[in-house]
Design a protein around this ligand. Structure first.
Ligand SMILES: Nc1nc2c(ncn2[C@@H]2O[C@H](COP(=O)(O)OP(=O)(O)OP(=O)(O)O)[C@@H](O)[C@H]2O)c(=O)[nH]1
Ligand SMILES: [Mg+2]
Length: 239
């Protein structure tokens, strides 16, 4: 089984490690320990296929970002994470996305825009609408608000990313893509934040099937196993 290499990018303290550890191990890290670089493994069943994931949790803090070019080169899909409480963290994603597109030399790379810490309603500095706007400006990159704390939309962002990679590969087989000439990789713009419910314009519809997973972290043995029931998803919605 081949590894799908996912890379989690974003400014320091936005919750990249918490999202990754929630997804892989099903636990929430309460204390902030700036990451240098951590690698996790997880096997997951998506759309009746067993998929082996290698997830690289990267450093947001500037002095640890020297390896960025290398891991972007080897990454197949990218979670671009900001915190809804930190405007600067969204600003930093603009440069990060540009870096990914430049290094991959593609117009379109499997990617998900993630607004984390959606549970912190009092401290929110970036609205859902603003996240949707950024996603539109980025060519309808799928967008979710998440809470690592509440485990809200955590599985969804990783699964969406894997589906994009699979879809890209299928498209590449049927019509080999040339750099900077890839076309459709449309996926639903979906967003969920605590206590908000609202419809937004749609991108293409993705078929949802049950996803289940077994997790390991490279430094630690497997600690959790998660199983997710099939969820029907409209073309686009905020839950
Ligand atoms: N309320 C709330 N706090 C969160 C959430 N996610 C992360 N945090 C907190 O934010 C802090 C930073 O989280 P990390 O996951 O370590 O952030 P990071 O992006 O990995 O930071 P770097 O490794 O320095 O790049 C920690 O204190 C977490 O407990 C969330 O969804 N909600
Ligand atoms: Mg971290």
């Amino acid at each position: 089984m081949r590894d799908y290499k996912l890379v989690v990018l974003g400014a320091g303290g936005v919750g990249k490690s918490c999202l990754t550890v929630q997804f892989v191990q099903g636990v929430y890290l309460d204390t902030y320990d700036p990451t240098i670089e951590d690698s996790y493994r997880k096997t997951i069943e998506i759309d009746n296929k067993m998929i082996s994931l290698e997830i690289l949790d990267t450093a947001g803090v500037a002095q640890f970002t020297a390896m960025r070019e290398l891991y972007i080169k080897s990454g197949m899909g990218f979670l671009l994470v900001y915190s809804v409480t930190d405007r600067q963290s969204l600003q930093e994603l603009m440069d990060l996305r540009e870096q990914v597109l430049r290094i991959k030399d593609m117009d379109r790379v499997p990617m998900v825009l993630v607004g984390n810490k959606a549970d912190l309603t009092e401290e929110r500095a970036i609205s859902v609408e603003e996240g949707i706007e950024v996603s539109s400006n980025w060519g309808k990159v799928p967008f979710y608000e998440t809470s690592a704390l509440l485990r809200s939309n955590v599985d969804e962002v990783f699964i969406d990313l894997v589906r994009q990679i699979i879809r890209n590969e299928l498209e590449a087989v049927s019509a080999p893509a040339t750099p900077k000439a890839q076309t459709k990789s449309e996926a639903p713009v979906q967003d969920r934040s605590a206590g908000q419910s609202k419809n937004v314009p749609s991108a293409a519809k993705a078929k949802q099937q049950p996803a289940k997973a077994a997790a390991t972290r490279s430094r630690n043995p497997p600690s959790t196993e998660t199983k997710k029931k099939s969820k029907k998803r409209g073309p686009c919605r905020i839950l």
